[in-house]
Design a protein around this ligand. Structure first.
Ligand code: GLP
Length: 259
């Protein structure tokens, strides 16, 4: 089962995950990071600034989960811009080694397959950071997505467009399509770290961790993976039936084990 860690706040979540990523990069300077956008992973990227001080990150590689189709890659809310602004620049990563799905590619029918090949050629993702949408999506795999899906074009739901409207001037500006890693692609990463904060995510988290494995809640695909860490605050954990068990398990875990 996923290891569930209930933390007091976002900063503690960021510290916990950043410590693990810094240890990975120290061991393996050309580690492959699976990068997520949205507001959830920001505490991880913030904590990494301090944790990576003095560690050579020039060879770190990265693949973003998803990208909007139909906005210029230079648009401030394209995920390429967000990853450059929130991750690559502050952490001093090498821009050429960090990729986002090529949603502006002239041949979108094969762009996803080529992205998956690039991930494979890099040796696969070592640690994949994930947020979760209020409808249970991971990446942009909306409800109904196949667990075998690969990187491909998807249509965003009305709910997701409404949730993401806060990043744009109006909901009509939120793109309708995206190029997203598939659930099958995501499940190939060696370690999945899913973060969620706030009451609004409680239902999606409970469904992903403890609900039936169903395409109607794409986050439940994590139950098929052998190494998953779910890091949540008390509000996002509020609907977990086994919350006390998760607390006991983490409290009695030997420190050397990491997450
Ligand atoms: C976005 C992204 C997801 C993200 C999710 C939650 O649409 N495509 O990767 O996990 O929705 O966003 P947030 O972290 O801002 O709540």
């Amino acid at each position: 089962m996923a290891e569930v860690v209930i933390v007091p706040d976002r900063a503690s979540a960021g510290d916990l995950v950043a410590t693990e990523i810094a240890a990975l990069i120290s061991r393996r300077p050309d580690a492959v990071l699976g990068l997520a956008t949205g507001s959830t992973p920001l505490p991880v990227y913030e904590a990494l600034r301090a944790r990576l001080a003095g560690i050579d990150v020039s060879r770190v590689r990265g693949f973003a989960l998803d990208e909007y189709i139909g906005i210029d890659p230079a648009h401030p809310e394209s995920y390429a811009s967000v990853i450059a602004r929130e991750v690559v620049e502050p952490l001093g990563l090498t821009p050429d080694l960090i990729r986002t799905p090529p949603a502006d590619d002239a041949d979108l029918a094969t762009a996803g397959e080529r992205y998956d090949q690039a991930i494979r050629a890099a040796g696969g993702v070592d640690v994949q950071i994930l947020g979760i949408g209020t409808d249970g999506h991971i990446g942009f795999n909306e409800p109904g997505s196949s667990f075998a899906s690969r990187t491909r074009v998807k249509t965003l739901t009305r709910q997701t467009r409404a949730d993401n409207a806060r990043f744009f001037d109006a909901i009509d500006e939120v793109p309708r399509h995206c190029l997203t890693q598939g659930l099958g692609t995501i499940l190939e990463a060696r370690h999945l770290v899913l973060l969620a904060f706030g009451e609004g995510k409680a239902e999606a988290v409970a469904g992903a961790v403890e609900g039936p494995v169903t395409a109607m809640l794409p986050g439940s695909a994590i139950q098929l993976h052998p190494h998953v860490t779910v890091v949540v605050d008390e509000a996002a954990a509020s609907r977990l039936r086994l919350a006390d068990y998760y607390r006991d398990t983490f409290a009695s875990k030997p420190e050397w084990q990491g997450i």
